[in-house]
Design a protein. Structure first.
Length: 562
């Protein structure tokens, strides 16, 4: 029975390694090793002319939407196409944005308070239109030969947030196309990552017109820069509705036409998510729209919303006040922008556990003023909370260790009679009141909590650039001198040595080899994650030592014979 407990733990451990390796393969652009259904990310390409407002992702197109692959802006009159094109660089206290007068789109964003991991001192770039990456925020009109994100527009407004000013305003005005004029007005506020985007549609013709407004995020399907081969985070579109809640969409599912998300919706938003940062379009609450996600030419993907504006009479106008978020996944900030937007900070299946853990971690940081010490304090509190469970587990393991010589003698004596051996083992367990699974179940109960904490530390942008002590200047990147991973490896081996050796020599060797293999990955994990494991290991060793001593089983080091 003791072997069953070990077998269960090894199965869990081995499966985790399989999943990590599989994600490593996908992350590096290769086919998945163990789950070949996961395809390679799309190849990189610059934005083609066909990066157009998309129709619904469903086979049936939304009424009035341009057919897939037909750039509505390409039908613009020659005079509009001849308008001079300009890049407008705008700076606030937290953002540097680059607008393109072609469509009044945002084609580049820099975060002035977040550096690039690979190049400290250089602002982190999210939206981009470089030869290496394409990621843009676009909007326009469809349903006719109307202004789109491909239409040349005239810019007026401010370029820099003035000293003492609370906001700056930019205005992009299109020429008349199909009897309509589109005026986009961006309002950027001090300290805010949300741009207010007013779309005013003016009917300059002599007939009523019923256009549709689209907003979309377009990017390539490549992994986000700054990633690592040793752990994977989600990159791709996400939708939210009150009815369906948070729905991630894999690029691979879009490729295969199997993307699942709520299409018509009276509420919600669309986002493009990657590690630590996100962008999102938000229409006014209660404005009905259709969500879409589709593959474009050149390996690009578009995700957005289409909303009907109804009939606009000649000489009349209609305005829609949308919002565009481009910023870090700060959970507290996201909660204040829109319902559910904090879910772009993706904890996966462990959200229900991860959110209270993040809340506690944030409170500890508020007291200690250092994210590294907040991690240490959080692990200490969790070990205290689970002390009684761990006490039961280690007490059971101590009893098993005490009767281990009898069990080994029994195995040797009755190795040719397995049935009698099992009966005798069960008799010894009953006499000594030992539950062979007693050391396993309490540990398994804690596994979801510690996995949730893993995702909290991996997903929290607060760790980015946060120092701990001495050589640890950034908890979101690997230890530059590998001191924490070495301590983690040594503590793991010490913890293994304190456990009784299995009677099977091969199994005993595996108990030492597997932790070493597992520890190699931690040399490339963020320092904050390794700090969490090191703290947990040290506290576990101390707790195991104390409980064993109280049980009258002196701690001893059990080394295998290689």
């Amino acid at each position: 029975m003791k072997d069953i407990r070990r077998t269960i733990l090894w199965v869990i451990f081995a499966f985790s390694l399989v999943m990590l390796w599989d994600q490593w393969q996908v992350h590096n652009g290769r086919k998945a090793t163990f789950f070949p259904g996961a395809p390679t990310p799309a190849s990189q390409a610059s934005a083609p002319a066909s990066a157009v407002p998309a129709a619904s992702a469903q086979p049936a197109a939304v009424p009035g939407v341009a057919p897939a692959g037909v750039p509505p802006g390409d039908a613009a009159p020659a005079a509009a196409a001849a308008a001079p094109r300009e890049r407008i660089e705008v700076t606030t206290d937290v953002l540097k944005l680059v607008f393109d007068t072609e469509g009044g789109s945002i084609v580049r964003s820099e975060f002035l308070k977040f550096d690039q991991t690979e190049h400290p001192g250089q602002a982190f770039v999210l939206l981009d239109d470089s030869p290496q990456r394409t990621y843009q925020a676009q909007s326009g009109l469809i349903g006719g030969p109307f202004p789109t994100h491909k239409t040349a527009m005239r810019f007026t407004g401010e370029r820099t947030l003035a000293e003492g000013a609370g906001e700056l305003v930019l205005r992009f005005e299109s020429p008349e196309l199909g009897g309509l004029k589109l005026v986009k007005t961006y309002t950027l506020r001090r300290g805010d990552y949300v741009a207010q985007v007013r779309h005013e549609v003016v009917n300059t013709g002599g007939q009523p017109v019923s256009p549709q407004l689209y907003v979309q995020l377009v990017r390539d399907g490549n992994p986000a820069p700054g990633g690592t081969s040793f752990y994977s985070t989600f990159t791709g579109p996400a939708f939210y509705t009150d009815a369906k809640k948070f729905q991630k969409v894999e690029f691979a599912d879009i490729d295969k036409g199997k993307a699942e998300f709520a299409t018509p919706s009276p509420d919600g938003w669309v986002a493009m998510v990657q590690h630590y940062f996100a962008s999102a379009w938000l229409l006014p609450q209660g404005m009905g729209h259709d969500n879409f996600a589709r593959k474009l030419d050149g390996g690009l993907y578009a995700a957005g919303m289409i909303a009907s504006l109804g009939a606009i009479a000649p000489g009349a106008s209609q305005a829609v006040q949308a919002r565009l978020f481009i910023g870090p996944q700060d959970e507290k900030v996201l909660e204040g922008i829109a319902p559910g937007l904090e879910l772009v900070k993706d904890y996966g299946y462990f959200t229900i556990l991860a959110k209270p853990l993040y809340w506690l971690l944030d409170k500890l940081h508020g007291v200690l003023g250092n994210w590294g010490w907040a991690i240490v304090a959080l692990v200490v509190l969790l070990k205290i909370a689970f002390y009684w469970l761990n006490a039961k587990a280690y007490a059971s393991m101590a009893k098993m260790k005490a009767i281990n010589p009898r069990i080994q003698e029994l195995r040797e004596r009755l190795k040719d009679n397995p049935q009698q051996m099992q009966m005798e083992m069960m008799r010894i367990y009953r006499e000594e009141k030992v539950n062979p699974m007693g050391g396993c179940l309490p540990i398994m109960i804690q596994i979801p909590v510690f996995i949730a904490l893993y995702w909290v530390l991996l997903s929290s942008v607060e760790m980015r650039g946060a120092p701990w002590i001495l050589w640890i200047k950034d908890l979101s990147v690997k230890d530059p001198y590998f001191i924490l991973p070495v301590v983690m490896t040594l503590s793991t081996l010490l913890q293994t040595a304190l456990n009784p050796l299995p009677p099977d020599p091969m199994q005993a060797r595996m108990m030492w080899i597997m932790p070493l293999v597992f520890s190699v990955m931690f040399f490339f994990f963020p320092a904050g994650l390794v700090l969490y494991w090191v703290t947990n290991n040290i506290l576990t060793i101390a707790q195991q030592w104390i409980i064993n001593t109280r049980m009258g089983v002196p701690p001893q080091f059990n080394l295998p014979k290689f």
